[in-house]
Write a protein that binds this ligand. Structure first.
Ligand code: NAP
Length: 328
């Protein structure tokens, strides 16, 4: 027989959004249960130095930051369970979530905080050199390339934004795109083309990230010119892959409204979703900012909104005029 765990608030996901929701919910005496999923800690687990999360005078390693968040969430009373949500039923009340372990979670409210994953090119060299010159976040890692040469791969808004951001640090930025036109907004394109330290290589793909030294770091890229098939080497100290993100929402499809890119749709400025009582926080609902600190911020909002929802459920607001009617 499968285990049954009932909770007032079930948080699905163990990144900055999930842990922050847990910290606030636990301190509001909601006794939250948090399911960690397959990669507890989320994207910060593959980030080396984090210098933009407030509260740390010097850089903190991504995994160390997440360990602190986990401990803080546990210390204030969150039940953290290593389980993966495999199926949800948001029509049922309480909501019903089935874990990979077979455990069934019954929850009065749910916070979806399953995050998103950067898309990668899929090269073995790219994977090996993550954290040693290969990154998917210029805001996080651009600072380390002061005075150096970097490349950005992609042709969307993110790639163009990252390229422009990197000019604050790097001496030269090369954007590599597989076609001869960008997908980014025209105004962004204009800024890119006008920038004296950005060069664009069109119709090219990255075949290999080149490396050297001890410890091994990125030294360049082997590029293929698609029309001719010719291969060339571009010397760079770092490469930023900006070919989009994939939100982790497959288990929620059909149960809560998703946009056409698979992100959970939330009310602007809030974390409410198409299902009352189900909230979404962090990168799973944010394709724009995608920072640890913004994810934590929306995690906080989700917990506060869940608490308010539970309070209203327990003592529904008196409709306007009802008191007067009752007194008559
Ligand atoms: P995106 O718009 O999907 O663009 C991804 C880019 O990567 C495309 O140019 C695509 O090339 C390229 N690409 C995909 N797979 C590739 C591969 N395997 N190899 C090489 N190149 C590959 O993704 P995004 O730029 O992350 O933007 C996502 C969403 O967020 C968009 O709706 C965007 O408008 C929005 N966003 C908005 C802002 C803003 O308003 N300031 C900032 C960032 C993002 P093709 O063009 O050939 O398909």
């Amino acid at each position: 027989m499968s285990d049954l765990i009932a909770t007032r608030l079930l948080i699905i996901g163990a990144g900055p959004a999930g842990y922050t929701a847990a910290i606030y919910a636990a301190r509001a005496n909601l006794d939250p249960v948090l399911l960690t999923g397959l990669q507890p800690g989320g994207q910060l687990m593959i980030t080396s130095d984090v210098e933009n999360y407030p509260g740390f005078a010097t850089a903190v390693e991504g995994p160390a930051l997440m360990e602190q968040m986990e401990k803080q969430a546990a210390n204030v009373g969150t039940a953290i369970i290593n389980d993966l949500a495999m199926a949800v039923d948001f029509l049922a009340r309480p909501f019903r979530v089935t874990g990979d372990s077979g455990t069934i979670y019954l929850a009065d409210t749910v916070v979806i905080a399953t995050g998103a994953q950067a898309r990668w090119l899929g090269l073995p060299s790219e994977r090996r050199l993550q954290g040693a010159g290969v990154s998917a976040c210029a805001t996080c890692d651009g600072f380390f390339y002061r005075g150096k040469q970097v490349a950005v791969v992609g042709g969307g808004n993110t790639a163009v934004e990252e390229a422009l951001f990197l000019t604050h640090h790097a001496d030269k930025v090369t954007l590599i795109h597989r076609r001869d036109t960008l997908r980014a907004e025209k105004i962004m394109q204009r800024r890119l083309f006008d920038h004296p330290r950005i060069e664009v290589i069109w119709n090219a793909t990255v075949e290999e990230v080149l490396s050297g030294g001890q410890p091994e770091v990125v030294t360049g890229l082997r590029l293929r010119d698609l029309p001719s098939g010719t291969e060339t080497t571009l010397p760079v100290d770092g490469v930023f892959i900006a070919i989009g993100h994939t939100p982790t929402t497959s288990v929620f499809r059909g149960h809560v409204e998703l946009d056409d890119e698979g992100y959970v749709v939330t009310t602007p400025g809030q974390t409410t979703t198409s299902v009352p009582g189900v909230f979404a926080a962090g990168d799973v609902q944010d394709k724009h900012w995608r920072q640890a600190v913004t994810a934590a911020g929306t995690g906080c909002i989700a917990a506060l909104e869940a608490e308010r929802y539970l309070t209203l459920q327990a003592a529904p607001e008196v409709p306007a005029g009802a008191l007067a009617t009752a007194a008559e």
